[in-house]
Design a protein around this ligand. Structure first.
Ligand code: ADP
Ligand code: GN1
Ligand code: MG
Length: 372
């Protein structure tokens, strides 16, 4: 069995960074991929950095299809950004191919690795320190939506089938509870009951899709605040990252996942649940910014369903964390015992708080709908 260092070295050697790679360190706080920051040292120039990632083999069964999506989307974004007079190198990710010319490198254990140039002079935030910062992320994700409006959705692979199919997520939870392979279900009874009491909710967005009320668009599907890099000086959104889940989806998923992660003042794994609460003001600020960034792309019905996006993404994430806890933490990286159960608990608490503020959330989106 090779050491992690040997595997990392093999991956680094597969890429031409334009200068000697002098080292790599684990980087960031993503829950799914293994991310490293590679430092290179050109002879007479400052160090250049790259992001080297081993794509999660648990999450992504077809790295070839995943990279096909990413190359297509980043090239499209690059063209659009250039047309708009933007800085392509900063505002869109770019794939650095391995020496083989393939879109990614496969190591001798079958691990799939890719490289992106590091977007310098940016900050990746784990929580929205200020409303301005949260608004900037909303504009960036809204703009992302607008830039991909004319992307041929039918050419995208579904990198994770049924990713935001909340009905399917619920079915998988029920199966995990039934099988209960580690005997963990008993201690999760309150969370299981909370979710089961909301079974009908799991169908709300999918029903609207099936009835033709909500259109399928190209969406990011993982719009956490830490998936947008912000300019270190201006605080504006620079570059949307983590494009693994760009697939056809509902725009309310992108809006909702940002609210789930950012419109509150504690971490996703906070253990003091009394701290977990929806910040309605941040919800409002993000709504305005997302709609501004999307530049009129959303239909009236999509705006009407925004609160549902927030609630469903939160409930669904709770379902996913709980399912992973029950089956033995196979999908999300954990760094302590019961980490996924703690994460599930915050999501349930936040879902309940969204329900408590439901009328307010609806009137906020109604006001934006009427005044646009
Ligand atoms: P995961 O899917 O595991 O969340 P990400 O693609 O989001 O992986 O990357 C993890 C972290 O690495 C990000 O949160 C960010 O801090 C950093 N990162 C990723 N890509 C870049 C980039 N091109 N430039 C700078 N930082 C990056
Ligand atoms: C994962 O990869 P990362 O950390 O940005 C997950 C999201 C979850 C999120 C919860 C591909 O996001 O769907 O909402 O964790 N990404 C994937 O923090 O499953
Ligand atoms: Mg990420």
């Amino acid at each position: 069995m090779r050491t992690a260092e040997e595997m990392l070295r093999e991956a680094m050697d597969a890429f031409d960074f334009g200068a000697p790679a002098v080292g790599a360190l684990r980087y960031g706080s993503g829950h799914v991929n293994d991310t490293f920051c590679v430092h290179t040292q050109p002879d007479n120039a400052p160090c250049r950095r790259f992001i080297l990632q081993r794509m999660s083999p648990v999450a992504f069964k077809r790295p070839d299809q995943l990279m096909d999506n990413i190359i297509g989307v980043t090239e499209h974004l690059g063209r659009k950004i250039l047309q708009a007079g933007g800085d392509r190198d900063r505002e869109a990710m770019e794939v650095l191919r391995p020496r083989s010319g393939e879109p990614f490198f496969t190591d001798s254990d079958g691990g799939a690795w890719r490289v992106y140039p590091f977007v310098e002079h940016t900050v990746c935030h784990q929580s929205a320190g200020t409303p301005e910062l949260f608004a900037a992320s909303g504009r960036a994700f809204g703009r992302f939506q607008a830039l991909l409006r004319d992307y041929p959705a039918e050419t995208l692979y579904e990198t994770i089938p049924n990713f935001h199919n909340t009905e399917d997520r619920l079915a998988k939870l029920k199966e995990a509870v039934r099988a209960d392979p580690l005997g963990r279900a008993a201690e999760c009874r309150p969370e299981i009951d909370f979710i089961m009491a909301r079974q009908d909710d799991c169908s709300v967005a999918l029903r609207a899709l099936r009835e033709g009320k909500l259109p399928l668009r190209v969406t990011h599907n993982d719009t956490k605040l830490n998936n947008v890099l912000m300019d270190e000086k201006t605080g504006e959104g620079v570059c949307i990252i983590d494009l693994d889940t760009v697939m056809p989806g509902l725009v309310i998923y992108d809006f909702g996942d940002s609210i789930r992660f950012g419109a509150n003042h504690c971490a996703e794994d906070e253990t003091d649940l009394s701290k977990v609460a929806l910040d309605v003001e941040l919800f409002s600020v993000y709504t305005a910014a997302f709609l501004e960034g999307a530049g009129g792309a959303l239909t009236d019905t999509e705006i009407e369903y925004l609160p549902w996006g927030a609630k469903l993404m939160t409930l669904e994430c709770g379902i996913r964390f709980l399912t992973d806890y029950l089956v033995g933490d196979q999908y999300f990286h954990i760094s302590r015992e019961k980490h996924n159960l703690d994460r599930c608990r915050t999501q349930c608490r936040l879902t309940a708080d969204m329900e408590a503020h439901w009328a307010q959330l609806q009137s906020i989106v109604d006001a934006y709908r009427e005044h646009r």
